[in-house]
Design a protein around this ligand. Structure first.
Ligand code: F6R
Length: 241
Protein backbone atom coordinates (compact mmCIF):
# COMPACT_ATOMS: atom_id res chain seq x y z
CA UNK A 1 0.00 0.00 0.00
CA UNK A 2 1.31 3.38 -0.99
CA UNK A 3 0.74 5.76 1.95
CA UNK A 4 0.63 9.53 1.54
CA UNK A 5 0.43 11.40 4.83
CA UNK A 6 -0.44 15.07 4.59
CA UNK A 7 -1.17 17.84 7.04
CA UNK A 8 -4.89 18.37 6.77
CA UNK A 9 -8.17 17.78 4.95
CA UNK A 10 -7.42 20.43 2.33
CA UNK A 11 -4.17 18.77 1.39
CA UNK A 12 -5.66 15.28 1.11
CA UNK A 13 -8.45 16.67 -1.05
CA UNK A 14 -5.90 18.32 -3.37
CA UNK A 15 -3.87 15.15 -3.59
CA UNK A 16 -6.84 12.90 -4.39
CA UNK A 17 -8.11 15.38 -7.01
CA UNK A 18 -4.64 15.50 -8.56
CA UNK A 19 -4.56 11.70 -8.94
CA UNK A 20 -8.02 11.73 -10.56
CA UNK A 21 -6.93 14.62 -12.83
CA UNK A 22 -3.84 12.71 -13.94
CA UNK A 23 -5.90 9.59 -14.59
CA UNK A 24 -8.29 11.53 -16.83
CA UNK A 25 -5.47 13.36 -18.60
CA UNK A 26 -3.70 10.09 -19.30
CA UNK A 27 -6.87 8.30 -20.40
CA UNK A 28 -9.70 10.71 -21.29
CA UNK A 29 -12.19 7.83 -21.59
CA UNK A 30 -11.42 6.60 -18.06
CA UNK A 31 -13.97 4.73 -15.99
CA UNK A 32 -13.98 6.33 -12.55
CA UNK A 33 -15.61 4.92 -9.42
CA UNK A 34 -16.89 7.65 -7.12
CA UNK A 35 -17.79 7.66 -3.42
CA UNK A 36 -20.14 9.81 -1.37
CA UNK A 37 -20.00 10.87 2.30
CA UNK A 38 -18.22 13.82 3.89
CA UNK A 39 -14.67 12.87 3.03
CA UNK A 40 -14.71 13.22 -0.80
CA UNK A 41 -16.51 16.59 -0.80
CA UNK A 42 -13.19 18.51 -0.79
CA UNK A 43 -11.83 16.29 -3.55
CA UNK A 44 -14.88 17.06 -5.69
CA UNK A 45 -14.55 20.81 -4.97
CA UNK A 46 -10.96 20.67 -6.15
CA UNK A 47 -11.91 18.66 -9.26
CA UNK A 48 -14.46 21.34 -10.10
CA UNK A 49 -11.73 24.00 -9.70
CA UNK A 50 -9.45 22.04 -12.00
CA UNK A 51 -12.29 21.69 -14.51
CA UNK A 52 -13.09 25.43 -14.34
CA UNK A 53 -9.50 26.26 -15.15
CA UNK A 54 -9.96 24.28 -18.40
CA UNK A 55 -7.32 21.84 -17.31
CA UNK A 56 -9.44 18.75 -17.80
CA UNK A 57 -12.60 17.46 -19.48
CA UNK A 58 -14.89 14.69 -18.30
CA UNK A 59 -16.61 14.49 -21.68
CA UNK A 60 -15.54 10.94 -22.29
CA UNK A 61 -15.39 9.75 -18.68
CA UNK A 62 -17.79 7.08 -17.45
CA UNK A 63 -18.62 6.96 -13.77
CA UNK A 64 -19.89 4.27 -11.43
CA UNK A 65 -20.83 5.11 -7.87
CA UNK A 66 -20.09 2.70 -5.09
CA UNK A 67 -23.53 2.61 -3.58
CA UNK A 68 -27.00 4.03 -3.13
CA UNK A 69 -29.57 3.79 -0.36
CA UNK A 70 -32.34 1.33 -1.05
CA UNK A 71 -35.91 2.57 -1.12
CA UNK A 72 -34.96 6.19 -1.66
CA UNK A 73 -35.98 8.35 -4.63
CA UNK A 74 -33.02 9.72 -6.67
CA UNK A 75 -34.54 13.21 -6.26
CA UNK A 76 -34.50 12.89 -2.46
CA UNK A 77 -31.86 15.23 -1.07
CA UNK A 78 -30.33 12.39 0.94
CA UNK A 79 -29.94 10.06 -2.02
CA UNK A 80 -26.42 9.50 -3.27
CA UNK A 81 -27.71 10.37 -6.73
CA UNK A 82 -28.63 13.84 -5.45
CA UNK A 83 -25.32 14.08 -3.58
CA UNK A 84 -23.27 13.38 -6.70
CA UNK A 85 -25.20 15.84 -8.84
CA UNK A 86 -24.91 18.58 -6.24
CA UNK A 87 -21.32 18.02 -5.29
CA UNK A 88 -19.80 17.17 -8.66
CA UNK A 89 -21.75 16.16 -11.73
CA UNK A 90 -23.75 19.41 -12.15
CA UNK A 91 -20.49 21.37 -12.24
CA UNK A 92 -18.47 19.36 -14.75
CA UNK A 93 -19.05 18.24 -18.32
CA UNK A 94 -19.66 14.52 -17.69
CA UNK A 95 -22.47 13.25 -19.91
CA UNK A 96 -25.67 12.17 -18.18
CA UNK A 97 -25.67 8.87 -20.09
CA UNK A 98 -22.18 8.09 -18.76
CA UNK A 99 -23.22 8.40 -15.10
CA UNK A 100 -24.07 5.16 -13.31
CA UNK A 101 -25.48 4.95 -9.78
CA UNK A 102 -27.41 1.93 -8.46
CA UNK A 103 -31.15 2.49 -8.70
CA UNK A 104 -32.41 2.66 -5.13
CA UNK A 105 -35.98 2.20 -6.34
CA UNK A 106 -35.34 -0.96 -8.37
CA UNK A 107 -38.18 -3.43 -7.89
CA UNK A 108 -36.07 -6.40 -8.85
CA UNK A 109 -32.96 -5.72 -6.77
CA UNK A 110 -31.16 -8.85 -7.83
CA UNK A 111 -31.54 -7.88 -11.48
CA UNK A 112 -30.42 -4.32 -10.74
CA UNK A 113 -27.27 -5.67 -9.07
CA UNK A 114 -26.49 -8.03 -11.96
CA UNK A 115 -27.01 -5.25 -14.48
CA UNK A 116 -24.75 -2.92 -12.54
CA UNK A 117 -21.97 -5.51 -12.66
CA UNK A 118 -22.62 -6.08 -16.37
CA UNK A 119 -22.42 -2.34 -17.10
CA UNK A 120 -19.09 -2.07 -15.28
CA UNK A 121 -17.80 -5.02 -17.26
CA UNK A 122 -19.04 -3.60 -20.58
CA UNK A 123 -17.39 -0.26 -19.79
CA UNK A 124 -14.11 -2.14 -19.59
CA UNK A 125 -13.84 -2.23 -15.79
CA UNK A 126 -13.06 0.59 -13.37
CA UNK A 127 -9.74 2.35 -13.97
CA UNK A 128 -9.70 4.34 -10.75
CA UNK A 129 -11.89 3.86 -7.69
CA UNK A 130 -12.14 6.54 -5.00
CA UNK A 131 -13.01 5.22 -1.54
CA UNK A 132 -13.79 6.60 1.89
CA UNK A 133 -13.87 4.38 4.94
CA UNK A 134 -16.54 3.94 7.61
CA UNK A 135 -15.56 4.03 11.27
CA UNK A 136 -16.34 0.32 11.36
CA UNK A 137 -14.06 -0.33 8.38
CA UNK A 138 -16.72 -0.54 5.70
CA UNK A 139 -15.88 0.33 2.10
CA UNK A 140 -18.82 1.14 -0.12
CA UNK A 141 -21.53 -0.34 2.07
CA UNK A 142 -19.68 -3.59 2.62
CA UNK A 143 -20.30 -3.82 6.33
CA UNK A 144 -18.25 -5.95 8.75
CA UNK A 145 -19.53 -9.53 8.50
CA UNK A 146 -18.47 -13.16 8.38
CA UNK A 147 -17.73 -13.39 4.68
CA UNK A 148 -16.82 -10.99 1.90
CA UNK A 149 -19.66 -10.35 -0.54
CA UNK A 150 -18.09 -10.37 -3.98
CA UNK A 151 -20.49 -8.54 -6.25
CA UNK A 152 -23.01 -5.70 -6.17
CA UNK A 153 -25.66 -6.68 -3.65
CA UNK A 154 -28.36 -5.48 -1.25
CA UNK A 155 -26.99 -4.71 2.22
CA UNK A 156 -28.61 -4.41 5.63
CA UNK A 157 -26.88 -1.42 7.18
CA UNK A 158 -25.36 -1.81 10.63
CA UNK A 159 -26.71 0.27 13.49
CA UNK A 160 -23.45 2.22 13.81
CA UNK A 161 -23.55 3.11 10.10
CA UNK A 162 -27.19 4.20 10.36
CA UNK A 163 -26.26 6.32 13.37
CA UNK A 164 -23.20 7.82 11.66
CA UNK A 165 -25.24 8.69 8.55
CA UNK A 166 -28.16 10.11 10.52
CA UNK A 167 -26.27 13.43 10.65
CA UNK A 168 -27.53 14.08 7.12
CA UNK A 169 -31.17 13.22 7.87
CA UNK A 170 -33.87 14.94 9.95
CA UNK A 171 -34.07 12.00 12.33
CA UNK A 172 -32.56 8.56 12.92
CA UNK A 173 -35.84 6.96 11.77
CA UNK A 174 -35.50 8.61 8.35
CA UNK A 175 -32.20 6.87 7.56
CA UNK A 176 -32.72 3.95 5.15
CA UNK A 177 -31.78 0.60 6.65
CA UNK A 178 -30.72 -0.96 3.35
CA UNK A 179 -28.46 -0.02 0.48
CA UNK A 180 -27.22 -1.38 -2.82
CA UNK A 181 -23.44 -1.57 -2.83
CA UNK A 182 -20.65 -2.74 -5.09
CA UNK A 183 -19.14 -5.88 -3.64
CA UNK A 184 -15.61 -6.37 -2.44
CA UNK A 185 -14.56 -8.06 -5.66
CA UNK A 186 -16.11 -5.27 -7.71
CA UNK A 187 -13.99 -2.78 -5.76
CA UNK A 188 -10.86 -4.94 -5.82
CA UNK A 189 -11.18 -5.32 -9.61
CA UNK A 190 -10.52 -1.60 -10.07
CA UNK A 191 -7.07 -1.11 -11.60
CA UNK A 192 -6.20 1.63 -9.17
CA UNK A 193 -7.73 2.56 -5.82
CA UNK A 194 -7.45 5.73 -3.73
CA UNK A 195 -8.62 5.56 -0.12
CA UNK A 196 -8.99 8.89 1.63
CA UNK A 197 -9.51 9.42 5.34
CA UNK A 198 -9.57 12.46 7.56
CA UNK A 199 -9.90 13.15 11.25
CA UNK A 200 -9.11 11.51 14.55
CA UNK A 201 -12.24 9.32 14.45
CA UNK A 202 -10.72 7.34 11.55
CA UNK A 203 -7.26 6.87 13.12
CA UNK A 204 -7.81 3.47 14.75
CA UNK A 205 -9.61 1.92 11.77
CA UNK A 206 -6.87 3.18 9.45
CA UNK A 207 -4.24 1.51 11.65
CA UNK A 208 -6.16 -1.79 11.52
CA UNK A 209 -6.72 -1.45 7.76
CA UNK A 210 -3.00 -1.09 7.16
CA UNK A 211 -1.53 -3.42 9.80
CA UNK A 212 -4.38 -5.69 10.92
CA UNK A 213 -5.37 -9.13 9.70
CA UNK A 214 -7.31 -9.39 6.49
CA UNK A 215 -10.83 -10.21 7.52
CA UNK A 216 -14.43 -9.55 6.41
CA UNK A 217 -14.91 -8.20 9.93
CA UNK A 218 -12.91 -5.23 8.70
CA UNK A 219 -13.78 -5.05 4.99
CA UNK A 220 -11.17 -2.38 4.16
CA UNK A 221 -8.40 -4.78 5.26
CA UNK A 222 -8.80 -6.61 1.92
CA UNK A 223 -7.15 -3.59 0.28
CA UNK A 224 -3.81 -4.93 1.58
CA UNK A 225 -4.09 -7.50 -1.24
CA UNK A 226 -4.52 -4.96 -4.03
CA UNK A 227 -1.47 -4.06 -6.12
CA UNK A 228 -2.21 -0.39 -6.58
CA UNK A 229 -3.81 1.24 -3.55
CA UNK A 230 -2.90 4.75 -2.47
CA UNK A 231 -4.00 5.62 1.04
CA UNK A 232 -4.16 9.37 1.60
CA UNK A 233 -4.49 10.43 5.23
CA UNK A 234 -4.18 13.65 7.19
CA UNK A 235 -2.17 13.93 10.40
CA UNK A 236 -5.13 12.96 12.58
CA UNK A 237 -6.40 9.91 10.69
CA UNK A 238 -2.83 8.80 10.01
CA UNK A 239 -1.49 9.21 13.53
CA UNK A 240 -1.01 5.45 14.14
CA UNK A 241 0.60 4.56 10.81
C1 F6R B 1 -20.07 6.26 0.42
C2 F6R B 1 -19.42 5.07 0.94
C3 F6R B 1 -19.01 4.93 2.36
C4 F6R B 1 -18.27 6.14 2.92
C5 F6R B 1 -17.95 5.95 4.38
C6 F6R B 1 -17.23 7.13 4.99
O1 F6R B 1 -20.33 6.12 -0.96
O2 F6R B 1 -19.26 4.20 0.18
O3 F6R B 1 -18.20 3.79 2.48
O4 F6R B 1 -17.09 6.33 2.18
O5 F6R B 1 -19.12 5.72 5.09
O6 F6R B 1 -18.09 8.22 5.02
P1 F6R B 1 -17.59 9.66 5.49
O7 F6R B 1 -16.68 10.14 4.42
O8 F6R B 1 -18.85 10.48 5.56
O9 F6R B 1 -16.91 9.49 6.80
Amino acid sequence: MNIIKLRNYREISFEAAKIIRDQVLLKPQSVIGFATGSTPIGTYEELINIFNKDLITFENVKSFNLDEYYGINPMNKNSYNYFMKNNLFNYIDIKEENINIPNGLAEDVEKECEEYERKIHEAGGIDLQLLGIGRNGHIGFNEPCEEFKAHTHLVELKDDTIKANSRFFDSLEDVPTKAISMGVKTIMSARKIILIASGEEKAEIIRETVYGSITPNLPASILQLHDDVTLIVDEESGKYI
